[in-house]
Each structure stands twice: as structure tokens, then as C-alpha cells.
Write a protein that binds this ligand. Sequence first.
Ligand SMILES: C[S@@+](CC[C@H](N)C(=O)[O-])C[C@H]1O[C@@H](n2cnc3c(N)ncnc32)[C@H](O)[C@@H]1O
Length: 266
Amino acid sequence: MSGNDGRWDRVGEAPAPSWYLDPLVARQKREVHQQLVRKWTEGCPVESVLKTDLFEEAFGEDQILFDLIPGTHRVIGIDVSRAIAARAMRRSPLGCARFVAADVRSLPLRSELIDVVVSNSTLDHFDTREEFQAALSELARVLRPGGVLVITIDNAYNPLYQLLRLLSRFGVGPFPLGYTTSLRGLIQSLEKHGLEVADKSRLIHNPRLISTLLFLSLRRTLGKRADTPIRWLLGLFSRLDALPTWPLTACFVAACARKPSNPPEE
Ligand SMILES: C[S@@+](CC[C@H](N)C(=O)[O-])C[C@H]1O[C@@H](n2cnc3c(N)ncnc32)[C@H](O)[C@@H]1O
């Protein structure tokens, strides 16, 4: 269960739950996600954007939402943790944005309201497949016809992800990891909820657990001088995308799904 059982409030009340992300890694994560959303929403009139969790906006240099699509009238961010939503609100430079404590499986939004939904690694924190499906159904409901969902989830085939998930069950790591699926499984689920998958991708290649420990120790020992080796390693890891081994190295799988437009009335 990943509802409002206080678990995420405890994470959100920690001084810096995003300690595991080096600033350079956080910046890479932000750029990769923003570029993907902009590419997949190009040419799409965007008046309203919803982001399904506010972890990055509350804590990290990997925030995505604040400057995602300039000129958007309605920017809404939700998070099941009141503490995280409140922190994101305090950090937000956007006067008009709404940051709300809400569960993605039961959104306090009317149907067909949102042009673009960005859901990056929120739906991979549930214990069960049924909860994952319930959340997808909500995202499909709030999208307007013709609207776009950009979704990423943890890559189930990254062998180090499975280890990370196991460790998280024993309280190791910053937060718990939950059910996730393959890129094919994600696409099938999106289609089951009536969405058309327009594109797919895989994001951020690295041996996740090992690279995180490596970056942290480089930073701890070299301080500012760690910038050069970390940049070099990030460049090296990003080349893994071109290899046939990508299903094993991608941290996230991603899909762009469109809600079909309503047929014109007779
Ligand atoms: C640890 S973060 C990771 C996701 C983040 N986008 C990232 O990629 O770093 C998970 C976030 O999802 C939020 N969350 C967990 N379950 C949720 C739910 N049912 N509805 C909305 N937000 C949820 C948590 O409060 C937390 O902010």
C-alpha cells in the first residue's frame, strides 16, 4: 500500500531524503525528464499540467515542474504526503500553481480537465499491480481527449533494481520501492485504460546501486573536484543506451500515451 498511511510523511519530514542524488546526477535527471516531456508534448496546446508527485520539487535539484512548460495557466502538483506537498509549495516560484496533498488513485479533479499529465516514477511505489492499475485508471480519467500522459516507472529488468527493491524492504535506502513492470507491460496497461501509446523510451543508464555509491564516495573524498570524474562517468553511462543490453541498464522505462479525441458529434 502506498496511500496516506504516514509512510511518505515520514520520508518527507526527513531533512534531506534526496541525499543519494549527487547534484550533477540530479541535474542530469531533471534535464532528461524535461527534454522528454517537451519532445512528447510538442505541438500540443498545453493550458494545464498535472504532476503526480512532488518529491523532486520539495527537495532536489532535479525538480521538473516549476519551469517545465512556460505559459501554462494551470499547474497542479499532487503528492500523497502533506509534508512533501507543503515543502514543494514553499520552494515554488510559481504564484499560480496548486500543490495539493492527494492520492494519485483518487484524484480530487474533475474528469477530462488536464492537457498533460507527468508521472515520473510515482506509480512504482505501490505494493500491488491492482493499485498500479487503479492509479493508471485515474490518470486516464483526468486527461482531456487529445491530452498526453508522459509516464516513467522503474525498469523491472535492471538487475540492480531488484536488489535495491529487496534492500528497501529491510529499510535500506531513502524510501521503499514497489511493484513495477516491463516496458511491454506498461504499454499493455496503458492500452487497457483506453490510451494510445504514441512513443516509448528508456531513461538514464547506469548500474544504479553501484553508481550511486560511487558518486557519493567520489563527492565525499574529492569535494568540488569530483565534478570532472562524475561528469565523465555520466557521459560514459549514457552511451549504454545505444547497446542491445539497454533493457538491463536503463533505470526507467517511459511511454507517451494519448487519450483519443472524442468523435465529432453528428
Ligand atoms: C520517493 S519519490 C520518487 C518519485 C520521484 N518522482 C522521483 O523520481 O524521484 C515517491 C513519491 O511519490 C509519492 N507518493 C507515493 N505514493 C503516492 C500516492 N499514492 N499518490 C501520490 N503520491 C504518492 C511520495 O510521497 C513521494 O513523494
